[in-house]
Design a protein around this ligand. Structure first.
Ligand SMILES: Cc1cc2nc3c(=O)[nH]c(=O)nc-3n(C[C@H](O)[C@H](O)[C@H](O)COP(=O)(O)O)c2cc1C
Length: 305
């Protein structure tokens, strides 16, 4: 028997593979491709107090090894998410984690409070790392004190486990992780996208309507693995690792660097079955390499270093 269950800060997952926020809609969109029950967790699109239209198009652009996006947190708002969307996911035997965002600390606390006790919500992921909105997002995610303040406010507003999602667009990611750990986060997720841009040389204009966007996909993976490695050594919280995971071996890199679980994002656009293939691939790896518990792998690459 191989044990693939993990505990991500109080969220029990049957295997270590989740979907990354914003790349999997609210889950239901992918039902025609995969059995949602097979996933370790579903992390849904960023949810804000009021509905948001997002940024002007174009909002995505392909890059040599990934993509740029500047969606700008388009979502139907927390009332619709709690009242209409989550009830359609409640029957699933898979934890649903709601990614939350806002313009102010009060916004985050309000969304957290509205989701507290809603049947079917297993936890919250605080997005303090969105590079594509004018207010909120990265503004909180680039200053340890602001990040701690948002974390404390959300923790006070809910009994749900709280994961704080960190940005790579900072000088000292470990300081950010330490600050939110101190403020009561139950787990950390990393990384959100890297700030980037592209220019259309025929139009001689930026490609994206928002001018800048967030880079994701295989191009960012070494940055993300490094982030997990450094934070694992410094902070004693479970880590949800993500950034460019396309295959089983990519996911294993994150786990060996210190991630308790991983999330798959951009890969879903290329291969909607990527999560399932990675779940099966991890099980095969454990069996072939003689491990009987996935938790034996977390942080294993640090041994002797
Ligand atoms: C189109 C798109 C939308 C995203 N929306 C969100 C979001 O709403 N909230 C969030 O925290 N991260 C969002 N992200 C970031 C991803 O969850 C993930 O952190 C990032 O893309 C790195 O993983 P990947 O390379 O596997 O995609 C989005 C990414 C993409 C590509």
């Amino acid at each position: 028997m191989i044990n693939t269950t993990v505990n991500l800060g109080g969220i029990k997952m049957k295997n270590p593979v989740a979907t990354a926020s914003g790349t999997f809609g609210f889950g239901l969109e992918y039902q025609q491709f995969i059995q949602l029950e097979k996933l370790g967790a579903i992390i849904v699109k960023g949810t804000t107090p009021a509905p948001r239209q997002g940024n002007p198009p174009p909002r995505i652009a392909e890059t040599p090894a990934g993509m740029l996006n500047a969606i700008g947190l388009q979502n139907p708002g927390v009332n619709k998410v709690a009242g209409e969307i989550i009830p359609r996911l409640v029957h699933l035997n898979t934890p649903v984690i709601i990614n939350i965002a806002g313009d102010t600390v009060e916004d985050y606390a309000l969304v957290a409070n509205k989701l507290d006790g809603v049947p079917g919500v297993a936890g919250l992921e605080i997005n303090i790392s969105c590079p594509n909105v004018k207010k909120g997002g990265i503004q909180f995610g680039s200053d340890p004190r602001s990040a701690a303040e948002v974390t404390r406010a959300v923790k006070a507003a809910t009994k749900l486990p709280v994961i704080v999602k960190l940005s790579p667009n900072v000088t000292d990611l470990v300081a950010m992780a330490a600050a939110v750990a101190e403020a009561g986060a139950d787990a950390l997720s990393m990384i959100n996208t890297l700030l980037g841009m592209a220019i259309d040389v025929d139009r001689r204009k930026p490609v994206l309507g928002n001018i800048t966007g967030g880079l994701s996909g295989p191009a960012v993976r070494p940055v993300a693995v490094r982030a997990v490695w450094q934070v694992y050594r410094a902070v004693k919280l479970p880590i949800l690792g993500m950034g460019g995971i396309m295959t089983t071996r990519d996911a294993l890199e994150f786990i060996l660097a210190g991630a308790t679980a991983v999330a798959v994002g951009t890969a879903n656009f290329v291969n909607p079955r990527a999560t399932i293939e990675i779940i099966e691939g991890i099980e095969n790896y454990l069996r072939e390499q003689g491990f009987n518990n996935i938790n034996q792998l977390t942080g294993l690459a640090h041994a002797g270093i």
